[in-house]
Design a protein around this ligand. Structure first.
Ligand SMILES: [Zn+2]
Length: 266
């Protein structure tokens, strides 16, 4: 099966292996089914993805309403998996609420889609996330807990998003997010982001600290008036910081054509 991806110059994939022409990131479509759920029916497309030339694989999926193929300005949520909130009902974060809002939004504003990525804990994995939670019980916030463990603040990568949008021939998107970094990274990958749809879950007692950290240390836009750009204090791999491009910051407050707000579910 031919996958979508980026070619990289000749590289050694394993010790002693011959150099090979192989895509660095490659996303293969596997199959599509129609999935009935509590909130309506969705097209569910399964993919297999590597971003390291085939050393490791994840399985992104795409949750779709209607037929966005070939369209512009499609509402898209790029959502990272959160076992603790989505499966266990954890109240420590806002991920499950954001997923529910996005599923409802694309039902009401079809066609639309959610690209669901297996990047637990901002990419550090479930076991590391549990370790970070344990440190948070001792008083560290979500950023400092990762750093205390020697882990990056955020190591999510989005090359599969570019490939899946190409697979669906989607020309441009309106991104459902509060995260300036996500908009910046997708634009750097070549995704045409024409607007932003805020995706704000109202805080409750168990996640108010986490959301405050997102707002103050990760520059997430969590109120209507916010346009703050990243100041470099929150960083992703090497703790050097990544200033936000002005063009992305400008889209923060008014680039969206919709809005998602949710009351807490408890
Ligand atoms: Zn979460």
């Amino acid at each position: 099966m031919q996958g979508l991806g980026s070619n990289r110059p000749k590289q050694r994939l394993q010790d002693g292996a011959a150099p090979q022409e192989q895509p660095f990131d490659c996303t293969e479509f596997v199959a599509e089914t129609l999935l009935p759920t509590l909130t309506g029916k969705y097209r569910l497309r399964g993919y297999r993805h590597t971003f390291d030339g085939g050393r490791t694989y994840t399985e992104p999926s795409c949750i779709i309403t209607g037929y966005p193929e070939g369209l512009e300005n499609v509402p898209v949520r790029v959502h990272d998996a959160c076992f603790t909130s989505e499966v266990l009902g954890s109240l420590k974060c806002d991920c499950a609420g954001q997923l529910q809002m996005a599923m409802g939004y694309i039902q009401q504003n079809s066609p639309g889609l959610i690209i669901y990525l297996q990047q637990e804990g901002r990419g550090i994995g479930l076991a590391n996330k549990i370790a970070a939670y344990a440190l948070q019980e001792e008083g560290l916030d979500t950023v400092d807990a990762n750093r205390a463990l020697g882990l990056p603040d955020d190591c999510r990568e989005y090359s599969s998003v570019k490939n899946i949008l190409k697979d669906l021939r989607i020309k441009s998107i309106r991104l459902m997010t509060n995260n300036p970094r996500k908009m910046q990274v997708l634009e750097e990958l070549g995704v045409d982001v024409t607007g932003r749809i805020p995706c704000i879950v109202e805080s409750q007692e168990f996640n108010v600290g986490y959301l405050a950290t997102k707002q103050t240390r990760m520059s997430h836009w969590l109120s209507e008036s916010e346009t703050d750009s990243l100041d470099g204090s929150y960083c992703f791999w090497n703790h050097d910081g990544e200033p936000l491009l002005p063009s992305v910051a400008d889209k923060g407050s008014n680039g969206g054509n919709g809005r998602l707000i949710s009351r807490p579910q408890i």
